[in-house]
Design a protein around this ligand. Structure first.
Ligand SMILES: NC(=O)c1ccc[n+]([C@@H]2O[C@H](COP(=O)([O-])OP(=O)(O)OC[C@H]3O[C@@H](n4cnc5c(N)ncnc54)[C@H](O)[C@@H]3O)[C@@H](O)[C@H]2O)c1
Length: 378
């Protein structure tokens, strides 16, 4: 065992910056047995990778995953690359007994996520951890909501409403990127952000979605290319999606995901109605949870402040009322990951959980074609 936990980050875009920040912040707030070092940046192009490594203060670079693994000095591969790279980076790393944290939605297809989940199961037998990057599970209000549901505060769940809306594709002049190409991303808004609300809903309710009926739409079928050739390229994924999902115990979910929704930079909402009460969460007010309790004279929603002692992560951070933000959710994610590595606690979210989300995505895509309810059994 080396003196430090050595992390390699794959990719050097938005998530690599967010994760590098999380790895470095986490040991200030959470107990870790050994120092954590973000040691290597894995990219594809040597010069771009080196420039990114300099800016992220990462000392070493690699451009080949096999070479990275063969070094033998990396404990964790943290995959912050597009979906089409997930399986091909994850599987050899797990086979070499390197722990893997992989960003959502974990691959581009059901086939990818199945292979990744199988590789994770085999690796578990050797104490190797594989976790998916569904960071929203680690929002304190979401953990509080889950505990309330588990404790029966809502009674039986009747219905779930989930919405994830963004506006970054509202301008038809926004150019192509990997997120708009099916072969690289798998899905559009459905997989990119819809996957988050599927995972959240299943996590909160504690049940799988077993069948769906849905509809996806691409508003702008062509966009300017991401090169300077002045041309256009076909968009091969959805801009927005809406679907119903039936949960295993019969409750129903109503969901919407869109990247063409004016006025919504990044709105995630989830509401759960039960026989005895209801919960509502809005990421724009992530330090609060709204709770309504039934009874003879049902009240409207009351605001629960989830900061400070007595609330999830409340003893780790700042005094009550100061609040947490987007970046903290990733600190919680990597802290949970390290806890699994060091103590063998149950992984959440696991690659099996991510595979279940992929099976819901595939059923919605299939339902869009057939116009019928489609089972998520895979
Ligand atoms: N959890 C979240 O809230 C959240 C938010 C945004 C993105 N994501 C996920 O994170 C991943 C990355 O998204 P992003 O926003 O950082 O994208 P990005 O476009 O900003 O960055 C992707 C990076 O990956 C690099 N890359 C491409 N192929 C690679 C390969 N084979 N090996 C190594 N690097 C490679 C690219 O050069 C680029 O630096 C995606 O899976 C995305 O869905 C998650």
């Amino acid at each position: 065992m080396s003196d430090s936990i050595r992390v390699a980050i794959a990719g050097h875009g938005l998530m690599a910056r967010v994760h590098a920040h999380a790895w470095r912040t986490m040991p200030y707030f959470f107990q870790v047995g050994r120092p954590v070092e973000v040691a290597v940046l894995l990219g594809t192009d040597p010069e771009r990778t080196q420039r990114a490594a300099d800016s992220l203060h990462i000392r070493q670079t690699e451009t080949d995953v096999q070479r990275l693994i063969a070094r033998g000095d990396i404990d964790i591969l943290d995959i912050c690359a597009p979906g089409d790279a997930h399986a091909r980076l994850t599987i050899p790393a797990l086979e070499a007994r390197v722990h893997v944290l992989c960003e959502k939605p974990v691959g581009t297809s059901l086939e990818d996520s199945r292979r990744m989940a199988d590789a994770a199961s085999k690796a578990t037998a050797h104490g190797v951890v594989a976790m998916a990057g569904y960071n929203l599970r680690h929002v304190p209000a979401i953990q509080e909501a889950r505990a309330l549901i588990r404790d029966g505060a809502l009674g039986s769940v009747i219905s779930i409403r989930g919405q994830y809306l963004q506006d970054w594709l509202t301008d038809p002049a926004t150019p192509m990127s990997w997120r708009l190409r099916k072969e690289r991303a798998g899905y559009g808004a459905l997989g990119d952000i819809g996957s988050h609300i599927i995972d959240l809903a299943q996590y909160l309710v504690g049940e799988d979605i077993v069948e769906t009926i849905g509809y996806t739409r691409t508003e702008w079928a062509q966009r300017p290319t991401d090169s300077s050739d002045g041309g256009h390229e076909a968009v091969t994924v959805d801009d927005s999606a809406a679907w119903l999902g039936r949960f295993s115990q019969g409750s129903v979910g109503t969901f919407e995901a869109s990247r063409v929704s004016h006025g919504h930079h990044n709105q995630v909402r989830i509401e759960i109605d039960g026989t005895r009460g209801a919960l509502a969460f809005d990421f724009e007010r992530m330090n609060e949870l709204l709770v309504a309790q039934g009874g003879r004279e049902p009240g409207t929603f009351r605001k629960l402040d989830v900061t400070g002692t007595g609330h999830p992560y409340g003893d780790v951070w700042w005094p009550a009322g100061l609040g947490l933000a987007y970046d903290h959710t990733f600190v919680h994610l990597v802290a949970a990951f390290i806890d699994c590595v060091e103590t063998g606690t149950r992984v959440s979210p696991s690659f099996r959980d991510a595979h279940q989300v992929q099976s819901v995505l595939a059923s919605i895509e299939s339902s869009t074609r057939t116009g019928r309810w489609v089972s998520t059994a895979s």
